[in-house]
Design a protein around this ligand. Sequence first.
Ligand code: XIL
Length: 394
Amino acid sequence: MRINTAALALFLSVTAMAVPAQETLGSLAKKRGVFVGAAVGDAFWGGDARYKDTLKKEFNLIVAENAMKFDQLEPSKNRFTWKQGDDLAAFAAQNGISLRGHNLVWHQQSGWIANAAAGLSRIEMQAVLKNHIDSVVGHFQGKILEWDVVNEAIDDGAGALRESFWKQRIGSDYLDSAFTWAHRADPKALLFYNDYSGEGMGGKSDKIYDLVKGMKDRGVPIHGVGLQSHFAAQALFSTADIDRNLKRLGALGLRVSFTEVDFRLPLPADSAGLATQKDNYSRLLAVCLANDNCKAFLTWGFTDAHSWVPGFYGGYGAALPFDENYKPKPAYDGLKQSLTTFVGIRAPARSGSLRNGNVTLDFAHGGLGFSPAGFGEGPVRNAVGKWLGEARLR
Ligand code: XIL
């Protein structure tokens, strides 16, 4: 059977409309073999049942917004408080949801370690870090799919590494040490370097690339890069650029996860803004689905009722896929559309055909590509993500 791209485009638009109502983000993600998740904040421990209900229904991955950070887990030296992390791990296990760990090492700690750092030697500081990682990763061992081992270590200016107290007390090798200790404490967890403003190509993402390439070259156990993806919904971003970044990280053997996605709008949000936001959510998820080294896409919160955006970006909000009353927004439909559609992304100009069993897909484009692999070779899935097998260029 031969299908040309015009027929395929028609098929895609038909299938995109027919998302069965009972499907959720999580159920669709599962069918595609990926994770769609959300960060869980303080409201988890509040009284509104809609919070947990939505999490259970819609997501197959969660991450603590704050509860598993250094200060929260180790509020004073070598005294650990596991309650909230344990609550999340239990909730995840009970509901068949996977858990991400965020994060082990960050410059934004306000507690005892930030205050004590100045008086500590390299060896004392290494001992603090190792004890934290051994304890925390050991405590959650076997329960974490991906750990953000180091968060935001790169300088926003001209420098390479941020002059954090970790870097100043220990030296640049604190990252190698942190990943190595984390790997020993939970050999099955995938270990990530996580940062912001490095989604597409550019100065910061080049620095991230150099950092993680160096780690790979030195044999440090790093498995992926987390791209935070806090975007202004009106700002244009290039999916082709982000796609290129995913591919160059993939070529290093690294996964990429979109770890903290939100698209903020100026308040009050209007329908044009919500439509742009829908388009952006859908396009960003499509880039992930187009690359086999991308398996996880998480929003930072999920309801506009609980989001860090209004507190951090004055005048902005409405950044998430559910509104303040937990009702799905256009952005939610955009995510579902990407999960149920062949991914169309801009691919290098090329023509050819894909063969899968007795089906051959012909394509000729200098524009839209249609393969989930973004190019014409790779795994082919049908509209609900069922794997059809490997396709090869003929
Ligand atoms: C933010 C939380 O959302 C806030 O509640 C908290 O006050 C500060 O941290 N990048 C990260 C996250 O890696 O940990 C941050 O989370 C948002 C930016």
